[in-house]
Design a protein around this ligand. Structure first.
Ligand SMILES: O=C(O)CCC(=O)C(=O)O
Ligand SMILES: [Fe+2]
Length: 207
């Protein structure tokens, strides 16, 4: 049983307690992420430990705070993007704001108490040669309550080479992406401001 902190209180507690909560949470979130990756690996037929080592070497806890917005029609909390990493474990707190783009429309992802949202990142989409898809999402604001979320990103190491795994390229298919180092992807991701089409473009191969 793991205690899930309410991240909106982090700014009001002592530095040492904050450090302890973030460290404990990060360790548990990483364990959960690695278990999910292990299950995905089994489902894809990649065998045990595929996503270990360099593919999941790095991680980052990003706490987002969205104050109430007097006119939510004027701004977004986070603009449309897919996560650039391997896998994200998102703790939404209990205020609504996350939306996912599906079949041409934005659909609300209501927060469920003590549940996480798990996002497939661009790298997982690439390694799986598009068998797994990274979902486009955004965060909207509201005028009533502040919203605090915590996104735990599992990332490859900067020098990790990413490419579609050969076993996931079907005989009638060709690789959809060229090999690249993760740091190259991140550089292009920030210059294309996370735009889901633009950030994949330089790595795509066209059969
Ligand atoms: O705060 C949210 O609901 C989403 C945040 C997000 O998508 C991100 O940090 O990548
Ligand atoms: Fe995201």
């Amino acid at each position: 049983m793991v205690f899930i902190p309410h991240f909106s209180y982090l700014h009001s507690i002592s530095y040492n307690l904050c450090r302890e909560i973030v460290a404990t949470y990060s360790i548990e979130a990483k364990k959960l992420g690695l278990r999910i990756l292990e299950l995905l690996s089994e489902g894809l037929g990649l065998g045990s430990g595929f996503f270990g080592d360099k593919l999941s070497e790095s991680s980052l806890l990003s706490v987002n705070h969205y104050p109430p917005c007097p006119d939510p029609s004027l701004t977004l909390g986070v603009s449309r993007h897919c996560d650039p990493n391997l896998l994200t474990i998102l703790h939404q707190g209990d205020a609504y704001g996350l939306q996912v783009f599906k079949d041409g429309e934005w659909i609300g992802v209501e927060p469920l108490h003590n549940a996480f949202v798990v996002n497939i990142g661009h790298q997982l989409q690439i390694i799986s040669n598009n068998k797994l898809k990274s979902a486009e999402h955004r965060a909207v604001t509201n005028s009533r309550v502040a919203r605090t979320t915590a996104a735990f990103f599992i990332n490859p190491s900067d020098d990790c080479v990413i490419e579609p795994d050969k076993s996931l390229i079907d005989t009638n298919e060709s690789p959809a992406y060229r090999p690249f180092q993760f740091k190259e992807f991140l550089l292009n991701y920030s210059s294309s401001m996370g735009n889901p089409e633009k950030c994949l473009e330089p790595f795509e191969l066209h059969a």
